[in-house]
Write a protein that binds this ligand. Structure first.
Ligand code: NAG
Ligand code: NAG
Length: 794
C-alpha cells in the first residue's frame, strides 16, 4: 500500500547559492506519484526552470525520481524499495542535486525513504525434517531455522510461535548480536507407537500494522526405540499330549506381540534356561513359536511338564511365560507279576487256606490302565486271595490228594482294565508231597489157596499182593504173618510169608489126613511213619493125595494064629462067607475102595463083592472041594495111581471043627522058606547097623573138629528159623530149601522132634511075620540118616 507522506519543506540553509530541501516519502510509491513540489519549495518559478534547464543529478545511482519542469514537481520514476536501496541502513535517503544553468545554481534535494511493512518474515526453506528417537529425553533441544524480515524497525521480525505444543515448546534465546536463537525443546516424551510422525508449524510474526507472518513446516519423524517388550498372549499355555506320541508332533503354538517396529518388533521364542529345560523332549520354533515334541514321552516317568519360555525381541527385551503339558496315559504297560515267595512242594494233607505263594502285581499305568486283577487257571484246587493292594497270596482251596494229582501247574494271569487290556502271567509248578494216607489194599478181600499134601517144605504155595497208592517208602509194602494157632500149634510152623514179595511158603510138609485146611491172617504194612496196614485172611486148603493104601480091618491079620472062615458043605449058593472090611484114610476117590479076588484055590467057588467086600459062594459046595481054601483079596482105592492092599482069607469048607484042625496043621508048609528069609533079614540088619555106627563116629569126629575151631560153617538154626512177628524172610532164599541142613539140625537136636520131614513119601514095607507067615505093613519114617548113601554135608 502506498501512502502519501505529508510534504516536508526544509528551509534553505545554504546561503544564496544553493537552496536545499528535504522530503520524506514512503517506499514503494507508484510510478508517477508526486514526491514534492520542488519549484515552489525552492522559490523558483517555472520559467526559471525551463530557462535554467534544470535537471536532476543523482550521483550515479539509478533514477528513482524525475523532475517535471512543467509542473515543477518531483515524480516517482521508478519504484523505490527501501530494502534494496538501503538494506539495514537508516535512515535511508536519496541525495539529489538539481542543477540550473544561466546562472548556475545548485540545489540539494534530499528525499528520505521511509520503511513500510512490505516484507513478511520468511524462512529459507519451507520445511524442515527431524528424525528424533522416541527415546529422546525430555529437555532435548533442537535448533530451528531463523526467519528473516527485510523490513526494519517495528516492521522487522518480532516473534515466533510453534504449534501444536503437545510434545515440543519453543524456546528463544537471545544471542550476543541481539538476534535470537530459535529452538524447540522436547517437553513430553515421544511415543512412536502412539504417533509416528508429528507435524509442527513454526510461525514468525513481524511488528507491522497489520503484522505479517512467515511459516515453516517442521516434520518430526519419531524413530522407533525398543521401548516395548514382547508380551505373551497368555501367562500359561496348557496342552495335553498322549504318551508315546511320535516325534515331530506339534503340541501348540505360543505367540507374543511387540509393539515396536522392525527388528525391535521381531520376536524369537526360546525355552528359558531353568532347572528343567527338557530340551531333549521339546523344541520351540524360534520364529513361529510352535512347540514340537522331539523326544519320547512316557507317562510313567513324568505326568506333567512345566517349561518356561521366553519371547525376546532384537533389542533384547523379553517376556516369559510357561507351558504346562499334561501327559495323557496310554495303556502301554503290561502288569508286572512278581513271585515274592513260593513253596515248591506241599504235603497232601495240608489244610485248606495253606499259603503256597505270595505274589505282587503292579502296573505303572494310571487309572484303569493301572488297575490290575489277577486270576488263576481253572481246574486247580487253589485260589487267589488279595491281602493288600497289589499283593496276592495263593492258597489251597480244597483238600489235596497226591494220589489224584501229584503236580499242579498254576498259571497266574494278571490283566489291567485298560482297553484293550494288557496282561501277563507266570506259572508255578507245585509238587504235592506224599503223606502216608493210604493203607495197603489187598487185591482180594480174602484168599483161598490149595496145596497138595506131602509137599516139599519151603514150597511156595501162593502169593498175596497188596497195593499202596502212596509213594516211595509210604508205598513199600511188607507182608507179615499174624500170630495165630492152628490146632494148638503156631501158624508160623505151617507157613511163612516173604516180607517183600508176599509169597507164602509152606514150612512143613502137610498131611491132609491130619489137617484139611487152616486159616491165618496176613498183614500188609507200608513203610510210612506211622505205618498203615490192612489184614486179609488166607485159607489154605490141603488137597488129598493118594498116599495111603487101604487098610484091612477084617479079617485081622495076626502074627502067629490062623484064622479061617468056615463054610458048611451045605451052604447054598451065594452063601455069605465073610466080609472083607477095609478103610482108606484118604478121602474122596482116594478112599473109594473096591475089592477083587486076586487068587483063590478055587476061583469058581467064591466071589468078592466089588463094592462091599462080601465073599460069597457062587456055586453049591461039593464034597470034592478041598477043606482048605485060600483066597487072596486085593483091596484097591480109586486114586491115581491107585494103592492097594491084599488080604488072605482062609476058608475051611467043613462040616465039623476037628476036620478043620486036621487039615490046618500043615498050613505053614512053607516054614523053611520063611527061615531062609529070616536069615537074610538079620544079615541085612547087621550090615545096616554097622554102617550107621560108622557114620555116627565120622560125624561126631567132624563135629568135634569144627567145634574146636569154634567156628561153624553154618549156624545151628532150629528147623524153623525164628522171625520177628513183623518180619519174615523168604523161605525161597533161606535155608529151608536145603534138605540136608534140616537133617544136620536134627542130628544135633533130637530124633524126637515133632517135626517130620519126609522124603518123597512114606514107604510101605510088607514083612512076613516069621512066626505066623502073615504079612504086615510097616509104615516107617524115612529120613536121610536112614539112607546109607545120604550125603553128610554140613
Ligand atoms: C506242568 O508243566 C510241565 C512243564 O511244562 C509239564 O511237563 C507237566 O506235564 C505239567 N503238569 C501238569 C499237571 O500239567
Ligand atoms: C487185623 O487183624 C487183627 C486180628 O485179627 C486185628 O486185631 C487188627 O485190628 C486187624 N487190623 C486191621 C487193620 O484190620
Amino acid at each position: 500500500m502506498r501512502r502519501q507522506v505529508p510534504l516536508f519543506i526544509l528551509l534553505l540553509s545554504l546561503g544564496s547559492v544553493f537552496g536545499q530541501v528535504s522530503y520524506s516519502i514512503p517506499e514503494e510509491m507508484a510510478k508517477g506519484s508526486l514526491v514534492c513540489n520542488v519549484a515552489q519549495d525552492l522559490g523558483l518559478d517555472l520559467k526559471r526552470l525551463n530557462s535554467g534547464r534544470a535537471r536532476l543529478h543523482s550521483g550515479g545511482s539509478s533514477e528513482y525520481v524525475e523532475l517535471n519542469k512543467e509542473r515543477g514537481v518531483l515524480l516517482i520514476k521508478e519504484r523505490i524499495d527501501r530494502e534494496t536501496l538501503c538494506g539495514e541502513t537508516t535512515p535511508c535517503a536519496l541525495h539529489l542535486q538539481m542543477i540550473l544553468e544561466n546562472p548556475m545554481e545548485l540545489f540539494r534535494v534530499t528525499i528520505e525513504i521511509t520503511d513500510i511493512n512490505d516484507n513478511a518474515p520468511s524462512f529459507v526453506s519451507s520445511e524442515k525434517r527431524f528424525d528424533i528417537s522416541e527415546s529422546a529425553v525430555v529437555g532435548s533441544k533442537f535448533v530451528l531455522e531463523k526467519a528473516v524480515d527485510a523490513d526494519i524497525g517495528s516492521n522487522d521480525l518480532q516473534s515466533y510461535s510453534l504449534n501444536p505444543t503437545d510434545n515440543f515448546i519453543l524456546k528463544l534465546e537471545n544471542q550476543a548480536d541481539g538476534s535470537k536463537k530459535v529452538q524447540m525443546v522436547l517437553q513430553k516424551p515421544l511415543d512412536r507407537e502412539h504417533q509416528e510422525r508429528i507435524s509442527l508449524l513454526l510461525t514468525a510474526v513481524d511488528g507491522g500494522q497489520p503484522p505479517m507472518t512467515g511459516t515453516m513446516q517442521i516434520i518430526v519423524n519419531v524413530l522407533d526405540a525398543n521401548d516395548n517388550a514382547p508380551v505373551f498372549t497368555k501367562s500359561v499355555y496348557k496342552a495335553a499330549i498322549t504318551e508315546n506320541s511320535p516325534k515331530g508332533t506339534r503340541i501348540m503354538t505360543v505367540s507374543a506381540s511387540d509393539k515396536d517396529k522392525g527388528s525391535y518388533g521381531e520376536i524369537s521364542y526360546v525355552i528359558s534356561n531353568s532347572k528343567h529345560r527338557y530340551s531333549d523332549l521339546y523344541q520351540i520354533d524360534r520364529s513361529s513359536g510352535e512347540v514340537i515334541l522331539i523326544g519320547e514321552i512316557d507317562y510313567e516317568k513324568s505326568k506333567l511338564y512345566q517349561i518356561d519360555i521366553e519371547a525376546i525381541d532384537n533389542g533384547g527385551l523379553s517376556d516369559s511365560s510357561k507351558i504346562v503339558i499334561d501327559v495323557v496315559d496310554v495303556n502301554d504297560n503290561s502288569p508286572q507279576v512278581k513271585i515274592l515267595s513260593k513253596s515248591d512242594a506241599i504235603l497232601e494233607d495240608s489244610p485248606e487256606n495253606t499259603v503256597i505263594a505270595m505274589l505282587s502285581a503292579s502296573d505303572p499305568d494310571s487309572d484303569v490302565n493301572g488297575e490290575v486283577k489277577c486270576r488263576i487257571n481253572v481246574n486247580v484246587p487253589f485260589k487267589m486271595q488279595t491281602s493288600m493292594n497289589g499283593f496276592y497270596s495263593l492258597v489251597t482251596d480244597s483238600d489235596l490228594d497226591r494220589e489224584v494229582a501229584s503236580q499242579y501247574n498254576i498259571t497266574v494271569t494278571c490283566s489291567d482294565e485298560g482297553v484293550p487290556s494288557l496282561s501277563s502271567s507266570v506259572t508255578l509248578t507245585l509238587q504235592i508231597s506224599d503223606v502216608n494216607d493210604n493203607a495197603p489194599v489187598f487185591e482180594r478181600s480174602s484168599y483161598e489157596a490149595y496145596i497138595v499134601e506131602n509137599n516139599t517144605p519151603g514150597l511156595s504155595i501162593f502169593t498175596v499182593k497188596a497195593r499202596d497208592a502212596d509213594w516211595n517208602q509210604n508205598a513199600r509194602v511188607s507182608y507179615i504173618l499174624e500170630d495165630s494157632s492152628v490146632n494148638g500149634v503156631p501158624v508160623s510152623s505151617y507157613v511163612s510169608v516173604s516180607a517183600d514179595s508176599g509169597v507164602i511158603h509152606a514150612v512143613r510138609s502137610l498131611d491132609y489126613e491130619q489137617i484139611k485146611d487152616f486159616k491165618f491172617c496176613i498183614k500188609a504194612q507200608d513203610g510210612g511213619s506211622p505205618p498203615l496196614s490192612s489184614n486179609v485172611s488166607v485159607t489154605v486148603k490141603i488137597q488129598d493125595q493118594n498116599d495111603n493104601p487101604p487098610q484091612v480091618l477084617y479079617p485081622v491079620q495076626t502074627g502067629g494064629s490062623l484064622v479061617a472062615e468056615i463054610v458048611p458043605r451045605s451052604a447054598d449058593v451065594s452063601y455069605l462067607v465073610t466080609k472083607v472090611v477095609a478103610v482108606d484114610v484118604d478121602s474122596g476117590q482116594n478112599a473109594w475102595l473096591s475089592y477083587k479076588l486076586q487068587k483063590a484055590t478055587d476061583r469058581a467057588l467064591f466071589e468078592v463083592g466089588l463094592q462091599n467086600g462080601e465073599i460069597r459062594t457062587i456055586r453049591q459046595v461039593t464034597d470034592k472041594d478041598a477043606v482048605k481054601q485060600r483066597l487072596t483079596v486085593i483091596v484097591e482105592d480109586n486114586g491115581q495111581p491107585s494103592r492097594s492092599a491084599t488080604v488072605i482069607v482062609n476058608v475051611a469048607v467043613a462040616d465039623s471043627f476037628p476036620e478043620v484042625l486036621s487039615e490046618f496043621t500043615d498050613f505053614t508048609h512053607d516054614k523053611e522058606y520063611n527061615d531062609n528069609m529070616t536069615f537074610y533079614l538079620v544079615l541085612a540088619l547087621a550090615v545096616v547097623s554097622f554102617l550107621f555106627i560108622t557114620c555116627l563116629v565120622v560125624i561126631i569126629s567132624v563135629k568135634i573138629y569144627r567145634w574146636r575151631q569154634a567156628r561153624f560153617y553154618h549156624s545151628n538154626l532150629p528147623v524153623i528159623p525164628y522171625y520177628p512177628p513183623r518180619y519174615s524172610d523168604t523161605l525161597g532164599t533161606g535155608t529151608l530149601q536145603h534138605v540136608y541142613n534140616y537133617d544136620t539140625c536134627r542130628t544135633t537136636d533130637s530124633r524126637k522132634s515133632d517135626l517130620k520131614f519126609g522124603g518123597p513119601g512114606t514107604q510101605n514095607i510088607l514083612i512076613m511075620d516069621p512066626s505066623s507067615g502073615t504079612m504086615q505093613r510097616i509104615q516107617s519114617e524115612k529120613s536121610i540118616l536112614d539112607e546109607p548113601d545120604s550125603p553128610l554135608e554140613i
